[in-house]
Each structure stands twice: as C-alpha cells, then as structure tokens.
Design a protein around this ligand. Structure first.
Ligand SMILES: Cc1cc2nc3c(=O)[nH]c(=O)nc-3n(C[C@H](O)[C@H](O)[C@H](O)COP(=O)(O)O)c2cc1C
Length: 196
C-alpha cells in the first residue's frame, strides 16, 4: 500500500469527517477483499430506502482472477488503466419495473444511487474505498454478464478496494490523485422560492 495523498478538504459546516474522507481514488491495492467484508458492503446497500420498498438494485460483481477480466472488458479504456488493480469490480443495475405491479419504476435509478452510497459509506467505515464510473459500455455489460436489458438498466460501474500505490498510476492520473473540492453550499441548498 502507498501513502494516501493529503486531504485538503475543508467543510463549511460541521459534518462528520466520514463524508470528507470519502473520495474516489484510482490507486487501488490489488490485495483481495475478504468475502465477509464484501458481503458486509452489500448488506449495507440492502438496507437502503427505495420507492415502495421495491429494492430495484442489482449488484453484479467480480472478485476472482477468473471473473475480473470480464468486468474489466466492460470498462472504458480510460478506466481500465487503473481498474486493472482493483480487487473487486461491480456493475450496478436498476430493475426497470416495480416487482409488485410491473409498472415502470421512475425512481429505480435514484434508489440505486442511495444503495451505492450506503455501500460506499460502509466501505469507508472498514477502511475501503469505492470509485463509481460512468465510463463503461452498457451494451457489453448486458452481453457479457447476461443481464437482460429489457428488465434492467445498467447504471454505474464500481471499483472497490483498499488504497494502493499512486506510483502504479500513469503520470496524468497520479497528478490528479487527491480529494477534490465542491461548489458553494448556497448554490445547492436554497430556502424557499427559486430565484436563480
Ligand atoms: C455516476 C458517476 C460516474 C463517474 N464516472 C467516472 C469515470 O468513468 N471515471 C472516473 O475516473 N471517475 C468517475 N467518477 C468519479 C467522479 O469523478 C468523482 O466522484 C467526482 O469527481 C467527485 O470526487 P470524489 O468522489 O473523489 O469526491 C464517477 C462518479 C460518479 C458518481
């Protein structure tokens, strides 16, 4: 494992340091994640809230030398570069229709966002990191994992692991390897009526 970069984030209000210490590193350590730990992450996601408690999330994952190359193939080239070291790769799918009435579920992706964040926060409690990715081929995800596109939408790819060695990254990624900042809170939380 390498040295984690300094975290220069300064919150503007009193939030738990867990939120500041969650970030998306690319230098991941290839050492395996124990099965029990991995299942704890999915268990955290399992208890997320969802519309009508429909639980539309489906985490497909790879954590073995046999499975990881298939998941790596689904990723965009720019993500493969650093994900080749990830001990766990996952693709999060959202079930398109409510299980209880088969009507389209407009909140499925929102609920998947909650589930992924629960997993992420649980990961941080255990000293692990996650890194979400839009850079992947949905078509490859359906085809290579055998998940039916008519029933599920491929939402996000996720890398999971302990912090690794930044020296393993290409120069451009190593230079960006640090927790980033945020827009002002006043831009995203507004009292009352919208005034622009
Ligand atoms: C839905 C989603 C898609 C993302 N896609 C990628 C990606 O394809 N490749 C990548 O390196 N990072 C990706 N990221 C990471 C974001 O760039 C990162 O979360 C953002 O810059 C905030 O930084 P932080 O997570 O370190 O706080 C993605 C994050 C999310 C939530």
């Amino acid at each position: 494992m390498g040295k984690e970069p300094d975290n220069k984030r300064i919150p503007d209000a009193a939030v738990d340091k867990l939120f500041i210490n969650r970030w998306s590193p690319r230098a991941l350590d290839p050492s395996p994640i124990p099965q029990e730990t991995l299942q704890t992450l999915f268990e955290a996601a399992r208890w997320s809230p969802s519309c009508s408690n429909d639980q539309p999330w489906l985490f497909m994952y790879a954590d073995t030398a046999e499975l990881l190359p298939t998941y790596l193939e689904i990723l965009a080239e720019g993500n493969r570069v650093w994900c080749k070291n990830a001990p766990v790769l996952a693709i999060l799918f959202a079930r398109r229709r409510f299980a209880y009435n088969n009507k389209p579920n407009s909140w499925a992706v929102f609920d998947c966002g909650a589930a992924w964040m629960s997993l992420t926060i649980q990961a941080r409690f255990l000293g692990l990191y996650t890194h979400g990715m839009a850079g992947f081929s949905k078509e490859s995800a359906y085809r290579l994992l055998g998940v039916p596109e008519e029933d599920y939408e491929a939402v996000c790819a996720i890398a999971i692991g302990r912090y690794g060695d930044p020296a393993s990254l290409p120069d451009d990624l190593r230079e960006r390897e640090a927790p980033n900042g945020r827009n002002p809170r006043a831009d995203m939380a507004k009292q009352g009526l919208f005034k622009g």
